[in-house]
Design a protein around this ligand. Structure first.
Ligand code: ADP
Length: 378
């Protein structure tokens, strides 16, 4: 079952800033889903809409199988939420605060006591349970926030930048805690702008850029794609012939390279394992008769793969929009874009403005799924 399902979710603030751009996101039951993207990508906006705290401008959102709106407090009660940098009443103790949360949720006092004691132990805060919140470290406040979000034993737990403001030890503890909370019956979605922070805990990842999901798939798939390597060679002789034939090294054309004098740095994103590309590069050196001065291989870090994905997305705006327009023509839709190439809508920025063309708001609705993290297939 999809615990979260958004369809063409669009949010335009004050009719000027596009925060979500026809975003399609699916999160299945039991997943620990990392929603990863730079600041301003639209993560918090997505969460506010998922919680029914803000209305979408267009599109729809289903949470736990039901249409989410501001009126659905019954669904909200089944969801736990940790906002970024949570702040709590400073003069209360963790026990008093969780009692308050239980009361707000309408929980019987007896059940509240049992639950808060269990949770404070689970988040390793038993020794600080009676101290005032103002004296707690940032890491402890985050853990208290997670305990508060779990008071109602939610089926869906939403954590907005849970590692923000924490030192490395605090980050590690929080990730460990999230790992312990995951289970078959609970779905967790974690927003972050640091992929490395959630990499070890997430089963799945969605990369959000300028209000759209540009990659969604299993974390293992993302890792596999990231592992595709780079080969660096330094050569002399007929370097032009060598350069001209680099595109032939990868059958599916997913090789990218840059040249720095006599050095060529080639990144392979095709489906073959790295040794196959090493073999082909050596073969090309042989065929073109250049002299090999230096040969080196390396693998991309997952963070690099993520950044590359974002960079590729930026350069793909026009391709995406023209592909979208083509699909509309094929589908026989009467659209303002017919016969034109229109750039994707710019995301919300302090200076960004809408085109005023509502039809164009769906341009860029494409999602890149696991297995196609590479150059555009359009
Ligand atoms: P993230 O959580 O990924 O940092 P946000 O959802 O907070 O992203 O913001 C997405 C975009 O929407 C940003 O460009 C931000 O400036 C803009 N935005 C967010 N809230 C508002 C608002 N209330 N009014 C206008 N623009 C907003």
């Amino acid at each position: 079952m999809d615990v979260i399902e958004t369809t063409d979710l669009t949010k335009i603030y004050q009719n000027r800033y596009i925060a979500l751009n026809a975003m399609n996101m699916r999160v299945e039951k039991g997943m620990v889903y990392g929603l990863v993207g730079p600041n301003g990508a639209g993560k918090s906006t997505t969460f506010r809409i998922l919680l029914g705290l803000q209305r979408p401008t267009a599109g729809s959102v289903k949470v736990l199988g039901e249409e989410m709106t501001a009126e659905r407090s019954d669904i909200r009660r089944r969801v736990g939420f940790l906002p970024t940098n949570p702040s709590f009443p400073r003069n209360l103790t963790p026990i008093e605060y969780l009692e308050f949360v239980g009361a707000v949720m309408g929980m019987p006092s007896e059940r509240t006591k049992i639950r808060l004691a269990t949770l404070l132990q689970a988040v390793d805060m038993t020794s600080a349970a009676g101290q005032r919140i103002e004296g707690l470290s940032t890491g402890m406040v985050t853990r208290l926030g997670i305990a508060a979000a779990l008071m109602n034993d939610p089926e869906l737990l939403i954590l907005d930048e849970p590692t923000s403001g924490l030192d490395p030890a605090g980050r590690k503890e929080t990730i460990e805690l999230i790992r312990e909370l995951s289970g078959r019956d609970r779905t967790i979605i974690i927003a972050t702008h640091i992929l490395g922070d959630v990499e070890r805990v997430c089963s799945d990842v969605g990369i959000i850029s300028q209000g759209r999901i540009i990659y969604s798939g299993p974390m293992a798939e993302m890792r596999r794609l990231a592992r595709h390597g780079t080969i660096v060679v330094e050569i002399e002789g007929n370097t032009t012939a060598f350069e001209q034939q680099i595109p032939l090294l990868d059958d599916v054309g997913a090789v990218r390279w840059e040249r720095l004098g006599s050095e060529f740095r080639m990144s392979f994103m095709g489906a073959e394992p790295l040794p196959v590309y090493i073999h082909r590069v050596l073969d090309l050196i042989d065929r073109t008769g250049v002299d090999l001065l230096h040969f080196n291989t390396g693998t991309d870090e997952i963070e690099e793969a993520f950044l590359r994905r974002l960079e590729e997305d930026r350069t793909r705006g026009f391709l995406r929009a023209s592909a979208w327009a083509a699909t509309q023509r094929l589908a026989g839709h009467d659209t303002l874009l017919t016969g034109e190439v229109t750039p994707a809508i710019p995301a919300a920025t302090s200076t960004g403005a809408t085109t005023g063309n509502t039809t164009a708001a769906t341009a860029g609705a494409e999602t890149v799924h696991a297995g196609v993290l590479g150059p555009p297939s359009v």
